[in-house]
Write a protein that binds this ligand. Structure first.
Ligand SMILES: Cc1cc2nc3c(=O)[nH]c(=O)nc-3n(C[C@H](O)[C@H](O)[C@H](O)COP(=O)(O)OP(=O)(O)OC[C@H]3O[C@@H](n4cnc5c(N)ncnc54)[C@H](O)[C@@H]3O)c2cc1C
Length: 203
C-alpha cells in the first residue's frame, strides 16, 4: 500500500530536528523506517511531517571511553554494532543484533528506533535493561539521562514519548513527542554471560 501524502524534512543538527518536531504536533522522527514506514503504510499512524534523522552526524557512532564506558548514538544501525571493534567490548550487543530479522532490517534499523518504538517483541529493550544501560534524552529544555529500567514505561511507550502504534492498535495519531533519544551508554561491568538469559524473539 502507498503512503498517504506526508511532508519531509532532513535537518542537519539535533537542535534543528527538535525545532521542527516542536513546531508541528503531527511531526514524527524517522530513523531507519523499518517500523514507522510499515505502520504508516498500514494507516495505523499518520504523521503530517517526517523528520528524517539520517543527516545528523552527532546521533551516529560508537565510542569506547578510557574507563570502558560504551556510548552508542541513536542512529547507529544494528550492522554498525555488529561490525564495530569498540562494541565488541560488550559482545552481547553484537550477538543479539545479529539475531534481528534479516540483512535489510539490520542495515537500516537503528538502536534509537528499536528502543523508542519499544515493541514488546523487539530484542533491544530487555537487553539494555539487563546490561544496565542509560538512555540520554534531549529536548528543547535540555538533556537528561534515564536508566533503561525507567526508560521503558509500557508497551510502545518510553520516557522519550509515545511512538508509532503497530497496525493492530487503533490509534492513528500517537501523542506527539518533541524529544529525541540521543544515545545509550553502557558502563563497564556486566559481561555477556550476565545478559545471556535476556529473552529474545525467535524469527
Ligand atoms: C520484517 C521485519 C522484521 C523485524 N524483526 C525484528 C526482530 O526480530 N527484532 C527486533 O528487535 N526488531 C525487529 N524489527 C523491527 C526493527 O528492528 C526496527 O528497525 C526497529 O523496531 C525500529 O528502528 P528504526 O530505526 O527502523 O526506527 P523507525 O521505524 O524509523 O522509528 C520507530 C519509532 O521510533 C521513533 N524514533 C526513532 N528514532 C528516534 C529517536 N532517536 N528519538 C526519538 N524517537 C525515535 C520514531 O518516531 C518511530 O515512532 C523488524 C522489522 C521488520 C520490518
Amino acid at each position: 500500500m502507498l503512503l498517504r501524502e506526508v511532508e519531509y524534512a532532513r535537518p542537519a543538527s539535533v537542535q534543528e530536528a527538535l525545532r521542527l518536531l516542536g513546531a508541528n504536533d503531527g511531526a514524527r522522527a524517522l530513523a531507519g523506517g523499518q517500523t514507522l514506514i510499515n505502520v504508516m503504510k498500514a494507516r495505523a499512524a499518520s504523521p503530517d511531517v517526517l523528520i528524517d534523522l539520517a543527516d545528523i552526524g552527532e546521533l551516529r557512532g560508537i565510542e569506547l571511553g578510557a574507563d570502558g564506558t560504551l556510548e552508542l548514538g541513536a542512529m547507529t544501525t544494528y550492522t554498525d554494532i555488529i561490525n564495530s571493534a569498540e562494541a565488541r567490548a560488550r559482545p552481547i550487543l553484537g550477538e543479539v543484533c545479529n539475531q534481528i530479522a534479516d540483512v535489510q532490517v539490520r542495515n537500516r534499523g537503528t538502536i534509537g528506533g528499536n528502543v523508542c518504538s519499544n515493541d514488546p517483541t523487539n530484542h533491544l529493550p530487555p537487553l539494555l535493561v539487563a546490561i544496565g544501560a542509560t538512555m540520554t534524552i534531549v529536548g528543547q529544555g535540555g538533556e537528561r539521562s534515564v536508566p533503561a529500567a525507567e526508560f521503558f514505561l509500557g508497551v510502545y511507550m518510553t520516557a522519550a514519548g509515545a511512538t508509532a502504534s503497530p497496525p493492530s492498535r487503533s490509534a492513528r495519531r500517537a501523542p506527539a513527542s518533541s524529544t529525541l533519544q540521543r544515545h545509550s551508554t553502557v558502563e563497564r561491568g556486566l559481561d555477556s554471560q550476565s545478559a545471556a538469559s535476556t529473552p529474545c524473539r525467535s524469527s
